[in-house]
Design a protein around this ligand. Structure first.
Ligand code: IPM
Ligand code: MG
Length: 372
């Protein structure tokens, strides 16, 4: 029997291609896994009305980790239009399956390293090595939203907060509300993970990013909690920044930042920005980690316009597989995989169109495998 059971979730579009690439390097590493394919994504929404079928959830429950390619996510109304006409009158609503997976399996920590590998012509600057810790189940992603706003919700808010009366002049169907729900436990956990990482890897600072000057309650809770956590790590500095200024500083002085931590939405935004500093989404790997399970997916989406051309950069996915190996404790394999990726990037001979070369993603994966 294989040592690990890994749920194999290609998902949509180019997710299928980059997963094939990951398999080339995992096989070359002789990673001892049984891969169990699972259904997830847009096709299952269109034909079954469920992008994350129960059978896939059951499958994940039987595995050690999941490797995930990419997902197509669309807003509610567009999703409804693409649903099979036979399913249309059942009141089905599209939910992003990756967001659901994060919540169902309590994958509270989204880890997004952004490292400028030497030789990558797309690096904004050299020496960028940032790890983002994004809270992964709370904040605006909690899914508590209203439109139209139910009358009792409006009334309760008005009774609880004087600023709500400003909206009284609007009809309830002309108001939409999304709630940013953050808990002390959620903030404490994500900040603690960031500090633990900084301690383990000898990083000197952790930057907590929010907007507490405006979002006083949620942002305030995050910053206050971060200060409390920081007291347990005397050698590591806590830097507090606002999301808007942080975006500017990341472009200006990305080398100053080592470990960054943010709630869900700000972490989502920061991690795309940070990805572009080190070559774009083709290099951005990511891990959704809970106490007992991990779902490993690159930051990029399904890029439908490129699907079938085998041209998107597989390095994000391959580095994502490296993160899975690390999390499973296969650190030697993870290290040699990262070295092989770094070597191929440094040589600059084999690469996809985004780095100015013309190889297919399979060729890039094979070149990485040759270095292993
Ligand atoms: C990401 C993506 C997802 C997110 C989408 C696809 C729901 O942007 O993983 O960063 O917003 O979290
Ligand atoms: Mg994102």
């Amino acid at each position: 029997m294989a040592e690990y059971k890994v749920a194999w979730l290609p998902g949509d579009g180019v997710g299928n291609e980059v997963m094939d690439c990951a398999r080339i390097v995992l096989d070359k590493l002789k990673f001892d896994a049984e891969y169990l394919p699972g259904d997830i994504g847009w096709e299952f929404w269109k034909h079954e009305g469920e992008a994350l079928p129960q059978r896939t959830i059951d499958l994940l429950n039987k595995t050690d980790a999941a490797l995930f390619g990419a997902i197509t996510s669309k807003p509610r109304d567009e999703a409804a239009e693409e649903l099979d006409p036979k399913l249309r009158d059942r009141g089905l609503t599209y939910f992003s399956p990756i967001v659901r997976l994060r919540q169902l399996f309590n994958l509270h920590t989204n880890l997004r390293p952004c490292k400028a590998y030497p030789g990558n012509p797309l690096n904004l600057k050299d020496d960028i090595d940032i790890v983002i810790f994004r809270e992964n189940t709370e904040g605006l992603y909690s899914g508590v939203e209203f439109h139209p706003v139910p009358e009792d919700v409006f009334k309760a808010l008005k009774a609880a907060h004087p600023k709500m009366s400003k909206f009284e002049k609007f009809a309830l169907e002309d108001i939409a509300i999304s709630t940013r729900i953050m808990t002390r436990g959620g903030c404490k956990n994500i900040v603690t993970q960031a500090f633990e990482y900084a301690k383990k890897f000898g990083r000197k600072s952790v930057t907590v990013v929010d907007k507490p000057n405006v979002l006083r309650e949620t942002g305030g809770l995050m910053i206050r909690t971060a200060r409390e956590v920081a007291e347990n790590y005397p050698g590591i500095e806590l830097w507090e920044t606002n999301i808007d200024a942080q975006c500017m500083w990341l472009v200006k002085n990305p080398q100053n930042y080592e470990v960054m931590v943010a709630e869900n939405m700000f972490g989502d935004i920061l991690s795309d920005l940070a990805a572009q500093l080190i070559g774009g989404l083709g290099f951005a790997c990511s891990a959704n980690i809970g106490d007992n399970y991990g779902v490993f997916e690159p930051t990029h989406g399904s890029a439908p316009k490129y699907f079938g051309e085998n041209k998107v950069n597989p390095i994000a996915m391959i580095l994502t597989a490296k993160m899975m190996l690390d999390w499973l404790g296969e650190t030697k394999k993870a290290d040699s995989l990262e070295k092989a990726v770094a070597e191929v990037i440094r040589e600059g001979k084999v690469g996809t169109y985004d780095v100015g070369l013309s190889n297919t993603n399979i060729e890039v994966a094979e070149e990485i495998a040759r270095k292993l």
